[in-house]
Write a new protein. Structure first.
Length: 124
């Protein structure tokens, strides 16, 4: 079909090229996800943003990936007037648990008892 015979060394070359391609892809995936994993391990307040910047920043140029890598080690200062510091720390811990896959879904709301039809008071 090709005008020449394929022997063992041709197939060994194809296997080596395939193995090198898979190894290169695995290295790329590991390096691209590195800032996100570091941010999650260090409980970074913006861990999801660091993770996305690490993935998106490696392909076009290396500069955004380097910025994500640095950002993973130095968290930004939290200035949020909606919550007190303890509530903000609790919210960050919940977000880190969600990103790490330790929480199945959003927290459930408390169950409210319906009033009984007789007197309007909740049943116990």
């Amino acid at each position: 079909m090709l005008g020449f015979e394929l022997d063992f060394w041709d197939y060994a070359t194809f296997a080596t090229a395939l193995l090198a391609g898979v190894a290169g892809l695995m290295i790329y995936v590991w390096i691209a996800g590195l800032p996100g994993r570091i941010a999650l391990a260090r409980k970074h307040p913006e861990a999801e943003a660091v993770k996305l910047l690490g993935w998106a920043g490696l392909l076009p140029t290396i500069y955004p990936w380097v910025q994500a890598f640095i950002w993973a080690f130095k968290p930004t200062e939290i200035i949020d007037i909606r919550r007190f510091p303890r509530a903000e720390a609790r919210a960050i811990d919940e977000e880190i648990a969600r990103l790490g896959g330790k929480v199945d879904g959003p927290p459930t709301s408390p169950v409210v008892e319906a009033p009984s039809p007789q007197d309007g008071r909740p049943q116990t």
